[in-house]
Design a protein around this ligand. Structure first.
Ligand SMILES: C=CC1=C(C)c2cc3[nH]c(cc4nc(cc5[nH]c(cc1n2)c(C)c5CCC(=O)O)C(CCC(=O)O)=C4C)c(C)c3C=C
Ligand SMILES: [Fe+2]
Length: 532
């Protein structure tokens, strides 16, 4: 498999569990009691992002070594404004017995009192990837069958699976080519398992012998499998940690949606306390680790200060942000700002830009697009470019193939002479240690009851269950245009459009029947087998 030379190594890992359990804490959000309308396990969510410090959310618990903290406030249409929150001087540390535990990283508290006899688990959520070329089509089916990837109008939900079948069959050849070029499968499982193992070790070193589980959304080990193991192990407190630094409906949101449905139906899980760390791009350790990688990679250029730092994030369809209130774009921009601020502190003041890659299908995705931006930079006379994958912490097809091969080729054709790429974080030590801190800091809030939705929204660090978190970013659960457009969608514009699209839907249904039954006019004409 082709690998970037500087890829942060992940030691080989068999799997992701430890054996015994004990204790410690520090932040993520805060706890108060209230009645919950649903028999769900309660979750504490960092639904306002905290900047510039490693954890420590509520004013009652602020005692980190950072002086100014910011949150991005949530509104019904996603997160928007950035506001300063109370400086640490205003914090009353005596408000809670937990306050003393929420201090700077260097302090080593006994956490036994918090953990007691509890069995602590950490569930890492990730996307998953096909391990062989045969896996590609069923993997794509799982992805496109996800209503957080393609959300059909209620009336047409029954078409979700046939549509997923159709799109996956059509797309599979192209995807297979990509996976074939990186060694015949995705490295995601291997890397995620290694990250889980390193996280487990780091937690142990920090005096928290927790078990760490991996739950993938679209391939093995599926989230359902991880949950079964969690039950078998008798975990009583679970920290849910999506391995995406920034939150998106299409990634962390989708996994949380799945968890919500699993939790809801299972008595054991209803009684198991949990907390969610919805995004963590703002954490000091993560920002430092990213800045370290960039600083190191810049040294490979003859004139490091001349290099354009090119942040490339996985895109999402624009409608996710503009119609469904996905905080992804806002979080991504904040993340880039924070990394650049960190670099500036190190006197690295290179020009930089952010663009979005990997769009699928003809609907509009977040802009600017990575390919178009590369061409423009070439035209503007940029000669050296350092690509920084920013939305994902493992090497995967979109770093190894799309960036390392396609975008590099495009850049060289566009007049860029020197190309470099920052490796994904993988098992980088500062990063893993910071994830461990995030887990530890969230422990005091595991199982904390949420205040009412209204209060939660108004408080500095709103609390909520998985359900409340989901309701915050995606309360309307509005229809989203399919990112892979088999036909043009849109039911509300006019009757004329409606009629036209109804006709297209009919065509689509015929296509679906064709693909699923293997019979029909396309087969008669000898067209469909071409796709297969
Ligand atoms: C933050 C990361 C990601 C976002 C946001 C995201 C959104 C998103 N992705 C697709 C479609 C595909 N994604 C595919 C693979 C894939 N995507 C991510 C990350 C994000 N996706 C990863 C880590 C991977 C797995 C890569 C691997 O190594 O296996 C694929 C399959 C590959 C391909 O055919 O290109 C598709 C398709 C959509 C539609 C979407 C937002 C709606
Ligand atoms: Fe993707």
């Amino acid at each position: 498999m082709q690998m970037n030379s500087a890829t942060a190594p992940c030691p080989p890992s068999s799997c992701s569990t430890s054996s015994t359990f004990p204790p410690p804490p520090r932040f993520t959000s805060v706890s108060r009691n209230s009645k919950s309308p649903l028999p769900l396990p309660r979750a504490v969510c960092t639904s306002q992002r905290m900047y510039r410090f490693a954890g420590v959310p509520n004013e009652a618990y602020l005692s980190s070594n950072t002086s100014t903290n910011y949150v991005v406030s949530r509104y019904s249409f996603g997160w928007s404004e950035t506001q300063p929150i109370l400086p640490k001087q205003s914090v009353n540390k005596d408000l809670s017995p937990l306050a003393a535990l929420v201090t700077s990283k260097s302090q080593n508290f006994s956490t036994a009192s918090l953990v007691g006899d509890e069995k602590i688990g950490v569930l890492l959520l990730n996307l998953g990837g096909p391990e062989t070329l045969e896996d590609v089509q069923p993997f794509l089916f799982n992805l496109f069958a996800d209503p957080d990837i393609i959300r059909l109008p209620r009336l047409f939900r029954f078409l979700q699976k046939p549509l997923a079948q159709f799109i996956s069959v059509v797309r599979a050849p192209k995807s297979k080519e990509g996976y074939a070029s990186i060694g015949g499968g995705s490295p995601l499982r291997r890397i995620t398992d290694a990250q889980a193992e390193e996280l487990r070790k780091s937690l142990w070193e920090k005096n928290l012998p927790a078990k760490v589980y991996v739950g993938m959304r679209y391939w093995h080990p599926f989230t359902e499998e991880a949950i079964e193991q969690i039950k078998r192990d008798g975990i009583t407190k679970l920290v849910v940690l999506p391995l995406y630094p920034q939150f998106s409906i299409s990634t962390s949101g989708s996994s949380l949606r799945l968890l919500e449905s699993i939790f809801r139906e299972d008595e054991y899980l209803v009684n198991m306390q949990h907390t969610v760390i919805p995004s963590w791009y703002q954490r000091e350790g993560y920002i430092t680790a990213m800045a370290n990688l960039i600083e190191k990679e810049l040294q490979n250029f003859d004139s490091p200060e001349q290099v354009m730092i090119f942040f490339s994030a996985h895109g999402v369809p624009l409608a996710y942000v503009e119609e469904a209130g996905d905080p992804y774009k806002a979080e991504m921009e904040e993340c880039v700002d924070l990394i650049m601020e960190e670099l500036e502190k190190r006197k690295i003041t290179n020009a930089y830009t952010l663009a979005y890659q990997s769009r699928v299908g003809p609907v509009e995705w977040l802009k600017p697009y990575t390919d178009e931006t590369i061409i423009k930079l070439g035209q503007k006379g940029v000669k050296s470019l350092l690509a920084v994958p920013i939305s994902f912490v493992s090497e995967h097809i979109e770093t190894l193939e799309e960036i390392d091969v396609e975008y590099k080729e495009l850049a060289l054709k566009s007049g860029i002479e020197k190309w470099g790429r920052v490796p994904a974080l993988g098992c980088e030590a500062t990063f893993i240690s910071d994830l461990a801190d995030a887990v530890i800091e969230s422990l005091p809030y595991v199982g904390a009851m949420a205040v009412s939705n209204l209060e939660a929204r108004q408080s500095l660090v709103p609390l909520g269950s998985v359900e409340e978190l989901l309701a915050t970013y995606d309360s309307k659960r509005s229809e989203l245009p399919p990112p892979v457009t088999v036909w043009e969608w849109g039911w509300t514009k006019s009757a004329e459009t409606w009629n036209g699209r109804a006709a297209m839907l009919a065509v689509f249904v015929l296509l679906v029947l064709e693909v699923t039954t293997g019979e029909g006019f396309l087969h008669q004409w000898g067209i469909l087998p071409l796709f297969q």
